[in-house]
Design a protein around this ligand. Sequence first.
Ligand code: 5GP
Length: 191
Amino acid sequence: MKILEDRIRQDGTVLPGNVLKVDNFLNHQIDPQLMDQMGAEFARQFADQGITKVLTVESSGIAPAVMAGLHLQVPVIFARKHKSLTLTDNLYTAKVYSYTKQVSNDISIDRRFLDADDRVLIIDDFLANGQAVQGLFDIAETAGISVAGVGVVIEKRFQKGHQMVVDAGIPLVALASIASFEDGQVVFAQD
Ligand code: 5GP
């Protein structure tokens, strides 16, 4: 999406460790109009796939997932990273290592929200090493549901996640695809 690439060029900052900071429009302050356009684009690309639910992981995945769910007109479920008093048993759980925070979390979804005949679209803000998406794949497999696709706002194609999703045979849509960072600048993939 050109509008997203322009915004990344304008507002993104490349940090050490191959981390792109985009917290003034994506994952701290949120630009709702841009988010809405991205949700519409995910919905357009995954239309007619029989998607029944959108899955994501809290917290940065929630905004794009909600917009995708709004445009697809299906419910949105976010996996929680911390167990709460109201979320104790009857959970699907997977382990996820966080690339940016360098800690491992269990992510959980209440079993009541997934049905055997669900067909889900996984949405996240970033695809880096693919740990978050793999955690949701694990939950989908345990729940016996099918994954129609993965949609990410930004993929860093030079990290492992892109190939992991391709190797799993799952359709992948990245609204912006970063080939590399060079001298603190973002280089987008050409295709
Ligand atoms: P993965 O599990 O694919 O390694 O990483 C995905 C998660 O790590 C994303 O949900 C995102 O929150 C975070 N992340 C990975 N790379 C970046 C990055 O370059 N910038 C930001 N802001 N977050 C990232």
